[in-house]
Design a protein around this ligand. Structure first.
Ligand SMILES: *Cc1c(COP(=O)(O)O)cnc(C)c1O
Length: 376
C-alpha cells in the first residue's frame, strides 16, 4: 500500500501527460512557454481571483508575498505553531519575526482566540510592528477565514493565506486561495494538485501587488530581465510542470476532489468511536492533503504505528514538533499559550490517502488501527 499513490493517477491519464510533456519539449520554450500563461489563466478562473502568478514552489510563493508587502526586520507575522516549516521559515527569511499562534483542537487550524491574544501581546509590548497573519489551511481544510478576517480588519493586518495543502478546498463554494489579500499554494507532487517536480502559485485581486510579484519572481525585473528595479529572486514555474498541471487539472476538478472526500468519509465511518476522526466544519470542503486522526496519547500512537508497520501500511506523523520547539527558532518568544499544538504533536497520525484508494485498503488500515487500540 502506498501513502499517496501518484502512479495510479499517472496510469489513468498516462498518454495525456506524456503527450503534454513531449509537446512542450518539442516546442522548445522550456521557461515561460505558452503553457505557463494558460495554467495561470485556468487557475485564476478556478479560484476566482483576478491574478494567478506561478512560481518555483510553495515556499517561494510565501516569501514573494511577504517581499511584495515589504515585510522585513522589526515586523511581526502571526503563524500557526502547528504547520509545515515553510509557513514560518519564510517570515524569518525576509527578516521579520514569526509569532506562533495555537490551533484549534478539532480542525487543527489557527485558533482565532489565540491569534487575538498574540496580537494584543505584541501590541502591548510595543517592540514589533504587527503586519500580517499567515493563515494556513491545514491538511486540506480552509482555516476559519471569517474570524481571521475580522481580526485582521480590527488590527489592520494583511492576511496571507497559505493554501499549500488545500488547493481545491472551499467554504460555501468560495475557493481556497481566494481568502487572503495574497494567497499561495504548492504543486509539490504529494499536494492535492501536484506536478512532477516543484511548483507553486500566488493569487491576488490586487493589480499593483500582482505587478510587483511578477517582477520579484524574475530578479526584480523592470522592462525586462536585464532592467532590474528591485532585489528579487529566480522563481519561475517550468513550462513542463505547467503542462503536467494542465493535463491533470481536468480530473482534479471533475472527480479527484469528490473521490478523495469519499475515501475520507469511509475512514470516518469505520474509525468513529475508536479514535478522534478529523472534523470538517459545516459548509467547508476539504481537499484532504492528509487524513489525520488523533490518538489518546503518545503510547497509543506508538502502538498503532507499530501495528500498521507490521502490516506494511505506511503512516506519517505530521507534525512531530511544534514550530516554536524547532532548533531553528530557538529563543523565540511566546506571546500566547501553545498547549493544543504541543498535545497534537504527540497524538496526531496521518493515514494513507488518495483519490484512487480502494475500499479493501481503507478497511485494512481501519481494522489494523482498531485491533491495535482494542488489544490494550
Ligand atoms: C508544502 C507546504 C509548503 C511549501 O511548499 P513547497 O512547494 O514544498 O515549497 C508551505 N506551506 C505548507 C503548509 C505546506 O504544506
Amino acid at each position: 500500500m502506498q501513502f499517496r499513490d501518484l502512479n495510479a493517477q499517472y496510469m489513468k491519464i498516462k498518454s495525456k501527460i506524456d503527450d503534454a510533456v513531449f509537446e512542450t519539449i518539442s516546442e522548445g520554450h522550456y521557461i515561460g512557454g505558452r503553457q505557463v500563461k494558460e495554467l495561470e489563466d485556468t487557475l485564476a478562473k478556478y479560484v476566482g481571483t483576478k491574478h494567478c502568478i506561478s512560481c518555483a514552489n510553495g515556499t517561494d510563493a510565501l516569501q514573494l508575498a511577504l517581499m511584495a508587502w515589504g515585510i522585513g526586520a522589526g515586523d511581526a507575522v502571526f503563524v500557526p505553531d502547528f504547520t509545515f516549516f515553510s509557513s514560518a521559515e519564510t517570515i524569518a527569511v525576509v527578516g521579520a519575526t514569526p509569532i506562533f499562534v495555537d490551533v484549534e483542537d478539532d480542525t487543527i487550524n489557527m485558533c482565532p482566540a489565540s491569534l487575538e491574544r498574540a496580537v494584543e501581546a505584541v501590541l502591548e509590548e510595543g517592540v514589533l510592528n504587527a503586519k500580517a497573519i499567515c493563515a494556513v489551511d491545514i491538511f486540506g481544510q480552509p482555516a476559519g477565514h471569517e474570524a481571521i478576517r475580522e481580526i485582521a480588519e480590527k488590527y489592520k493586518l494583511y492576511v496571507l493565506e497559505d493554501g499549500a495543502q488545500s488547493f481545491g478546498g472551499n467554504i460555501n463554494g468560495r475557493m481556497v486561495c481566494s481568502f487572503g489579500d495574497i494567497s499561495t499554494t504548492s504543486f509539490f507532487p504529494a499536494k492535492p494538485l501536484g506536478c512532477y517536480g516543484d511548483g507553486g502559485a500566488i493569487f491576488t485581486d490586487n493589480d499593483e501587488w500582482a505587478e510587483i510579484l511578477n517582477s520579484l519572481k524574475v530578479h526584480g525585473k523592470g522592462l525586462n530581465k536585464y532592467d532590474n528595479v528591485r532585489i528579487g529572486m529566480n522563481s519561475r514555474l517550468d513550462t513542463i510542470q505547467a503542462a503536467v498541471l494542465l493535463a491533470k487539472f481536468d480530473n482534479f476538478v471533475r472527480y479527484e476532489i469528490a473521490d478523495i472526500n469519499k475515501v475520507a468519509r469511509r475512514y470516518t465511518e469505520l474509525l468513529k468511536g475508536y479514535v478522534k476522526t478529523p472534523v470538517v466544519r459545516d459548509g467547508y470542503t476539504s481537499s484532504w492533503a492528509q487524513y489525520t486522526i488523533q490518538l489518546k496519547d503518545i503510547e497509543e500512537r506508538t502502538r498503532v504505528i507499530d501495528a500498521l508497520k507490521k502490516e506494511n501500511i505506511p503512516a506519517m506523523v505530521y507534525y512531530p514538533k511544534p514550530l516554536h520547539k524547532q532548533d531553528a527558532f530557538v529563543g523565540a518568544k511566546k506571546y500566547t499559550e501553545l498547549e493544543v499544538t504541543e498535545k497534537l504533536c504527540d497524538t496526531v497520525l496521518s493515514l494513507p490517502l488518495h483519490p484512487y484508494m480502494n475500499d479493501t485498503d481503507i478497511e485494512s488500515v481501519a481494522n489494523t488501527i482498531i485491533a491495535a487500540i482494542e488489544q490494550n
